[in-house]
Design a protein around this ligand. Sequence first.
Ligand SMILES: [Zn+2]
Length: 121
Amino acid sequence: MKRIDLKKIVEWLGFILKCPICGYKYNLEKTKVLESDQDEVLNEARILIHSDCQKCKSSVMFNVEIRGPEVFSVGMVTDLTGNDSSKFMGKGPITSNEIINIHKALKNFKGDFVSALAVKK
Ligand SMILES: [Zn+2]
């Protein structure tokens, strides 16, 4: 298989896909490829795409897999913006210790957000 032009796939998705929340047609400027890999020997490609709806501001991530003549696509509504997706993509899952620390912090929290969020000097 020749290398797939990711730009063409995004253009194709932008042409056929509509927002699952409000039905508005996706804008290519708000659609970006987060991750992709291609295997020319196995004739396969996988692309992870994020798109923001300009009308209702919801976000959707699409996983597109191309295996020879077959194309599989799974879409998922997300509350992550395009920037959030890029930011958290390289991060690992939340650890047990992080959950325990948040639990301890919330247990001692008295509702004073100004003190909690103030810059420590
Ligand atoms: Zn929408």
